[in-house]
Structure formats: structure tokens, C-alpha cells
Design a binder for this molecule. Structure first.
Ligand code: NAD
Length: 312
């Protein structure tokens, strides 16, 4: 298949693009390199530098004629979305709409969209959250994810453009940016390995559902042929608090750092964990990588990176 991957220079989608290439697909990556890196793009993929909502992106769809558009490009900073909701909506809603218009005009069969369970459900009522949980996002970033899912439904009904929205929990693994505001695993890995203080925000009892990027990649492979018209949670169903994560990574890295707590993040969600039964039933997907193993793989990646940059 010909597959266009937006955001394919970034953390998650570069792994997805590589898996598509490895599966024998023809891949075009579109990315504006705002947070992604060119070296993450698989060597076998074509690369187009550009904004999702730009004429360049539309031209890429017209010329490449992908069967699938896998849409991962996004402004992912939740705090920035709160500070500048107009910017967030331009990138994450309007940019996506331009892409959807191009997709329907140029014969794309299906969109695979990287949505968010945590940001979409907001403060949860049920644990783990099923897909039927009310959508009450508490950030413009979350509002944008929910909005795009609604647009996807509209494009399906109106034009027959298929979609699967993958509602990720907290994805971690190699290539995650340790300098962003999210990605606590990447941040802790780098700080422990560099001997810098790793700070726990607030009491550290806030929980997340950590899913390994390799497992997320398998969901994106399954969605090529399954899960049409669905929004599907991609998570482990297991809650881990930040204190436990801190201890696991500290012990794995050989650091002896005491737990140090900083101020809590205003508005930070308290608990987030996703039910994954639908993913199993509809995509045949189940997470393979247990947290301890995934953390060890991630730490090994950051160890190589820190050693090769000579900044240890
Ligand atoms: N990391 C997580 O835990 C998580 C959870 C839920 C959903 N998601 C979603 O998965 C997707 C990928 O996230 P990630 O963690 O890999 O982040 P990332 O920042 O590593 O990847 C995003 C990529 O998109 C590119 N990009 C950003 N805005 C763009 C634009 N307007 N035009 C073209 N390219 C643009 C960036 O340069 C980057 O390469 C995002 O849509 C994000 O919202 C991530």
C-alpha cells in the first residue's frame, strides 16, 4: 500500500513509519520538524517538509495518492494549548481538516488518527475507562482530539472516507523527547543517567497507563485493515503512579537519588487508565511489553544516547 504518515519524524510515528516500510509498504512522511528530527525518518521513506494544513501537504496527497493517511502530526504540548488555544486549534483542528479535504478529493481510503484516551475522557469516572466513557476534555488539546474524531465520523458518513481513531494512553519508549513537558519516562531516564535531579510533581500519586511504543506500532499495523469506523483505546489497563515509576527507573539506572517532590502541576489529571477490550476484539491487539521490560528497553536507548553525546 501507499501510506502517508504525518509527524513521521517524531517519536511515535517514526516507529510506525519504519514498521510500514518493513512491511513492504511505500511510505511518504510529512513533517514540519517542529519537534521531530529528520534522522528519525526511515531511510526508505520519502520525506516532505511541510505543515499539515499547507498547500505542500495537499500537493503531497495529490501527487503521492496514498491509500492510507496515518495522521500523527500535532502540537502535543497540553500547557501550550491552554495558553494559546487558537494556535492549538489551527494546528490540530484546522490543519487536520485541510488534510481530510485533500484525502476525500484524492481518493484516500482510510485515515488512521492518533487520538488520546487520557486527554479525551478528562477526569475519569470509571477505571479503567471504556470507549463509551463521557468525553470531557479539560484542555484545548483534548478538545481538538475529540473534535477531530467527530469530523472523522462526518467524513465517513458523508463521503465514505474510512477511519480508525486510536485513543492512546501514555506512550513511552525510545526517541521520546525528554525536553518536552510530557513524557515523564523520557525525562526521568535522561535525568537519572546524567546524574541530574529528577523531580516528582506534587505527591506523585497521580496515575497513568503507560504503553510501550512497540505495542502502539502494532495497533497502527492492525488498523491498516481492521477497526473501520471505530475509536479504540490503546492502553494496558494498568495504572502506575509517578512514585512507582520513579523507583523503577531509579533502580534500573543504578541511581541512588532520594525522592524529591516539587509543586504539583495546576490542572493535572489525577488518574488515567484505559480499558483495552475493544482493541482486542476489533484489532486483535493486546499489549505485549510489560512495564519493567519496556522501561529497561527505553533506558538502554537513553544510555546509548547519553554516552554517545558525551554529556554524561
Ligand atoms: N506520546 C503520547 O503519550 C501520546 C498520547 C496520546 C496521543 N498522542 C498523539 O500521538 C501523536 C504523536 O505524538 P508524539 O508523542 O510522537 O509527539 P512528537 O512531537 O514526537 O511527534 C509529532 C510530530 O509531528 C510534527 N508536527 C507537529 N506539528 C506539525 C504540523 N503542523 N505539520 C507537520 N508536522 C508537524 C513534529 O515535528 C513531530 O515530528 C500526536 O498526535 C499526539 O497528540 C501521543
Amino acid at each position: 500500500m501507499r501510506i502517508m504518515v504525518t509527524g513521521g519524524a517524531g517519536f511515535i510515528a517514526s516507529h510506525v513509519a519504519q514498521a510500514y516500510v518493513d512491511g513492504g509498504h511505500e511510505v511518504l512522511v510529512l513533517d514540519n520538524l517542529s519537534s521531530g528530527k529528520k534522522e528519525n525518518v526511515p531511510a526508505e521513506a520519502r520525506f516532505v517538509f511541510g505543515e499539515v494544513g499547507s498547500e505542500t501537504a495537499v500537493e503531497a496527497v495529490r501527487a503521492f495518492r496514498p491509500e492510507i493517511v496515518n495522521h500523527h502530526a500535532a502540537q502535543i504540548n497540553v500547557r501550550k494549548s491552554v495558553a494559546d488555544p487558537v494556535f492549538d486549534a489551527k494546528e490540530n483542528i484546522l490543519g487536520t481538516l485541510v488534510l481530510l479535504e485533500a484525502a476525500r478529493e484524492h481518493g484516500v481510503r482510510k485515515i488512521i488518527f492518533s487520538s488520546s484516551g487520557g486527554a479525551g475522557y478528562g477526569e475519569q469516572e470509571d477505571f479503567p475507562a471504556e470507549e463509551s466513557h463521557p468525553l470531557r476534555p479539560v484542555s484545548p488539546y483534548g478538545v481538538a482530539k475529540v473534535s477531530v474524531e467527530l469530523y472523522l465520523h462526518f467524513y465517513r458518513v458523508q463521503y465514505g472516507l474510512e477511519y480508525t481513531a486510536l485513543r492512546y494512553s501514555n506512550v513511552y519508549g525510545p526517541r521520546q523527547d525528554p525536553h518536552g513537558e510530557a513524557g515523564v519516562v523520557a525525562i526521568f531516564c535522561e535525568r537519572f543517567l546524567k546524574g541530574q535531579t529528577a523531580l516528582i510533581n506534587g505527591d506523585g500519586e497521580q496515575t497513568r497507563d503507560y504503553v510501550y511504543v512497540g505495542d502502539v506500532v502494532r495497533a497502527n499495523l492492525a488498523a491498516l485493515t481492521r477497526g473501520d469506523g471505530l475509536s479504540v483505546n490503546i492502553g494496558t489497563g494498568i495504572e502506575t503512579d509517578v512514585n512507582a515509576l520513579f523507583r523503577k527507573l531509579r533502580d534500573l539506572s543504578g541511581s541512588r537519588q532520594e525522592e524529591i517532590h516539587g509543586p504539583g502541576m495546576p490542572g493535572e489529571q489525577r488518574r488515567s487508565v484505559l480499558q483495552n477490550r475493544l482493541a482486542f476484539n476489533e484489532l486483535g491487539w493486546y499489549p505485549d511489553v510489560l512495564l519493567d521490560h519496556g522501561l529497561a528497553l527505553t533506558l538502554a536507548y537513553f544510555r546509548d544516547k547519553v554516552n554517545s553525546s558525551g554529556t554524561r
